[in-house]
Write a protein that binds this ligand. Structure first.
Ligand code: FES
Ligand code: FES
Length: 134
């Protein structure tokens, strides 16, 4: 018999495994959390939202839509973590300034050089009160 399988949620990505890149970011009780360094026992009884929790079947959330509109990715590996971290910001600050977005997102790394378009997408989602989500 094989090992027990999870629910098949493949959106959250594993990158550095050392809390350095943000690829694994999920939301725990409305806060961005790096899941690679978070023991399961620490999220027991808490609300955990992954990228799959945004939007609805067949319909992207407005934040996801803004990423698509701005082509805010190339390989897409960093994208779920970027969107979840941005979502955490918009939960707390509905209309952040560009400087606030840059500060909040600075520890999420994109190896493809999409940072400027990522910030543009977040700014547009914020400006349009288009946070959408879980
Ligand atoms: S995998 Fe890089 S921060 Fe978690
Ligand atoms: S789009 Fe490739 S790492 Fe960001």
């Amino acid at each position: 018999m094989g090992a027990a399988r999870g629910p098949g949620l493949t959106g959250t990505k594993f990158g550095c495994g050392e809390a350095l890149c943000g690829a694994c970011t999920v939301i725990v009780n409305r806060q961005a959390v790096r899941s690679c360094v978070t023991p399961v026992k620490d999220v027991a009884e808490k609300s955990v939202t992954t990228i799959e929790g945004l939007g609805q079947a067949g319909k992207l959330s407005p934040l996801q839509d803004a990423f698509l509109k701005h082509s805010a990715f190339q390989c897409g590996y960093c994208t779920p973590g970027m969107i979840m971290n941005a979502y955490a910001l918009l939960l707390r600050t509905a209309r952040p300034t560009r400087e606030q977005i840059l500060k909040h997102m600075e520890d999420n790394l994109c190896r493809c050089g999409s940072q400027t378009r990522i910030v543009d997408a977040i700014q547009e989602a914020a400006a349009g009160a288009r946070t959408g989500g879980a």
